[in-house]
Design a protein around this ligand. Structure first.
Ligand code: ADP
Ligand code: MG
Length: 713
């Protein structure tokens, strides 16, 4: 096709004569400007269009690739005008005809003529007793004999890996790549374009920062990726690209970790004066796991390098107290410690909790949150209301507001980020790299599958609270159909009568036309009728800060018995007297979200009940996740199941995990691949810590793009 293989990954698409201005515009609109951009588009899937067996053995509704000779052609009109060919197999001249119909594609008529041999691909259907394929993909096999030979060869997977198919077999007669659609470019044009670029590609061009598979050259791997000879070849090529994708991720992780360690942080040396006083005042003693984590944190904070640590523990394992101890150590050494919570409800809860726990100590505690509706700063100081400019050390509790540099205390020694999964990696990074390099402790109750820890939290040291406090009441989880409502109502009635409290959670705030899911507002009205004697509160994300706070305090104090809410209560809320969590339309929530919601109960010593209401039938896939929840209370186990059900891409969500776009999610959690990539990354940095070797120049450039002192908001 193109005579000299001169294209480089950096060659601009506009320099290529065979791309029309219209196509170019469409490509640019999708941010595809270079040869590399286009060739790096990974086929979403492949279609096996290798030739099908003879017509006589095919069935209605099958996708087939047939080689057919055109016998007649013409325009037809039924409810629409269309172009129709009647064609048949050369091997069976007296055999059945196939009608090929093209709707809305008048240009097809210009290409096709009676007598031509075609390779067509599409869905074979029997329409009024005749085989018909609508809008088939096709290629003209002008040279009859050659075509026959090639078709047979393609069917046997003749072509060696890395070789391109003969030009007439781009769309049929082979395994064909299917790309995500690019607006303005047909699937066929896209495939042709990729083919032409591959044909003209300079085989020696440099493609990557670092070649993770030198024995499998890029040019060859790209051909196998787009036009594989068989399944094994596409798998091999995809794995190769998945490794380099994984390497890029792990390299960034290893690099970040190294960078943090290179900074000079703050040394926090304490006598544990406040910690001891706190622990002595508690009505319970900490678990061994909590104490171990506190010790790990203490050791880490005493180091001259900044702490960068993850505190992982299932819901209810008591992370807050561990964090508070760390904050007290920081305070004792004369610096401010900040705790950042994902919601205002949670920030207020922490604030009250800390004020109560530390009331006998002379410690300044401040709350700083901002309402989502207006960005004004509400400041509630306790015990005194002194000026905000005051930089004397304190415990500062707030929401994401604290992430903005202007709200960040100058003498920050420790930043604790609660429920880290509700923030992003970038936000964590912001703290780690901010001004005086404070210690950073991130907490999460959303266990991620073990295989992914190295990727998501690979730059952090990890402390795990792997036991729950003793004396917790058992939690029973049950899946119920709304038909059982009568019994559920009397059950709730009994629980409230026994002095306990309950949550009713619904997926929506208000009833919406678009969905028949339960809404919190409608539920509140309903429960007022169902339980006329109970005090019922309402909590959702559209209420303002004061309203939310008022409702939460009434629930905490027991004035509200039944709290009807949305998932605003999903994380962190701690009301030990609540024993029932009723979840409406439970199937509409994710597995880890349900686990979090269930984590709101079972915090006291009484037995608790989580009721999952759902009307999905027994054979519905959504039912499986609800059953998993009924059978396990272990967050790690649930995370692994979630991974199995949804795949890593969906489990992680790209924004929260900071993964960005993942091209090969099928390998995201592949332990062997991750370890391989991680080892490779570590060995490069060990061998060349400053990345000054010429071979690592591109890697160094990319790492320098990492935001340092990133303070933009
Ligand atoms: P999470 O890890 O989910 O954030 P919290 O820190 O909110 O859990 O703790 C849950 C509840 O357990 C709180 O009421 C807390 O006071 C209590 N708690 C924490 N540690 C212990 C312990 N060692 N023994 C008994 N109760 C504890
Ligand atoms: Mg918590």
């Amino acid at each position: 096709m193109e005579s000299t293989p001169t294209l480089l990954p950096t060659t601009a698409l506009e320099d290529l004569p065979f791309i029309s201005p219209r196509e170019l515009k469409a490509l640019h609109a999708s941010s595809l400007t270079t040869v590399g951009d286009l060739l790096r588009i990974v086929p979403r899937r492949y279609e096996d269009r290798r030739t099908s067996p003879p017509l006589s053995s095919l069935a209605n509704g099958e996708y087939v690739c047939l080689q057919l000779r055109i016998y007649s052609a013409g325009w037809r009109i039924s409810y629409k005008r269309y172009y129709e060919l009647s064609a048949g197999e050369d091997q069976h001249p007296q055999g059945p005809r196939v009608l090929l119909r093209w709707f809305n594609m008048p240009y097809v008529a210009k290409f096709l003529a009676v007598g031509m041999l075609l390779s067509v691909y599409g869905k074979l259907r029997s329409v009024s007793g005749k085989w018909t394929i609508c809008n088939p993909d096709f290629e003209i096999l002008d040279d009859t004999e050659q075509a026959g030979v090639r078709l047979a060869a393609a069917a046997m997977g003749e072509s060696a890996p890395g070789t391109l198919p003969a030009p007439q077999f781009i769309h049929t007669g082979r395994i064909v790549p299917i790309y995500r659609s690019v607006a303005g470019i047909s699937a066929r044009a896209m495939r042709t374009l990729v083919y032409r670029l591959l044909a003209a590609l300079n085989p020696d061009s440099v493609w990557e920062d670092y070649d993770t598979a030198p024995s499998y050259p890029m040019a060859c791997a790209l051909r196998d990726l787009h036009f594989p000879a068989d399944e094994a070849t596409s798998h091999k090529a995809r794995l190769r690209f998945a490794l380099s994708e994984c390497f890029a991720r792990q390299f960034a992780v290893v690099w970040r970790r190294k960078q943090t360690k290179a900074h000079h942080g703050q040394i926090t040396a304490t006598t544990n004066y406040y910690c001891k006083e706190l622990l002595e005042s508690l009505p319970f003693s900490l678990t061994a796991a909590q104490l171990r984590c506190i010790e790990e944190i203490r050791t880490d904070m005493a180091q001259p390098t900044p702490m960068n640590r993850l505190l992982q523990g299932d819901v209810g394992s008591g992370k807050t107290l561990v964090a508070l101890c760390a904050m007290l150590m920081c305070f004792e050494s004369g610096k401010t410690a900040a705790l950042i919570a994902p919601t205002q409800i949670l920030a207020e809860q922490h604030y009250r909790n800390f004020c109560r726990l530390l009331r006998s100590m002379d410690i300044r505690i401040s709350l700083r949150t901002s309402d989502r509706s207006d960005d004004s700063v509400i400041q509630l100081d306790y015990p005194d209301q002194s000026a905000r400019q005051d930089t004397s050390p304190r415990l500062l509790i707030g929401t994401h507001t604290l992430l903005f540099p202007k709200n960040r205390p100058t003498n920050l020694g420790l930043a604790v980020i609660d429920e880290q999964h509700k923030f992003g990696v970038a936000q964590r990074e912001r703290f780690i790299r901010s001004g005086n390099h404070p210690d950073v402790l991130v907490m999460t109750a959303t266990p991620i599958p073990r295989t992914l820890t190295l990727t998501i939290y690979g730059d952090l040291d990890v402390s795990v609270i792997d036991e729950l406090p003793a004396g917790r009441g058992e939690v029973t989880t049950a899946l119920r159909n709304p038909r059982h409502m009568k019994r559920i109502i009397s059950f709730l009635h009994a629980e409230l009568a026994a002095g306990h409290q309950a949550y009713v959670v619904s997926p929506l705030i208000e009833k919406s036309e678009a969905s028949d899911r339960a809404s919190a507002i409608a539920e509140q009205l309903r429960w007022r009728e169902l339980l006329p004697d109970a005090t019922i509160g309402l909590l959702h994300g559209h209420m303002n800060a004061q309203e939310k706070d008022a409702v939460m305090s009434s629930f905490r104090s027991g004035d509200i018995q039944l709290l009807v809410a949305t998932t605003v209560v999903e994380v962190g809320v701690d009301v030990p007297n609540a024993t029932v969590m009723l979840i409406n339309d439970a199937d509409s929530f994710g597995l880890s979200q349900l686990h979090q919601l269930r984590g709101r109960i079972g915090r006291g010593s009484q037995k608790s009940y989580c009721i999952l209401l759902s009307s999905v039938p027994a054979n519905d896939p959504a039912r499986e996740k609800l059953e998993i929840l009924c059978n396990s209370t272990n967050g790690f186990e649930i995370a692994e199941q979630d991974l199995r059900l949804r795949g890593p891409g969906d489990v992680l969500g790209t924004a929260q995990s900071g993964l960005g776009a993942v091209q090969f999610p099928e390998w995201l959690a592949d332990t062997r691949l991750i370890y391989r990539a991680d080892k490779l990354a570590s060995s490069i940095l060990q061998q060349d810590p400053t990345l000054s070797m010429p071979a690592h120049a591109a890697l160094r450039r990319r790492m320098q793009d990492f935001p340092d002192e990133s303070v933009t908001s």
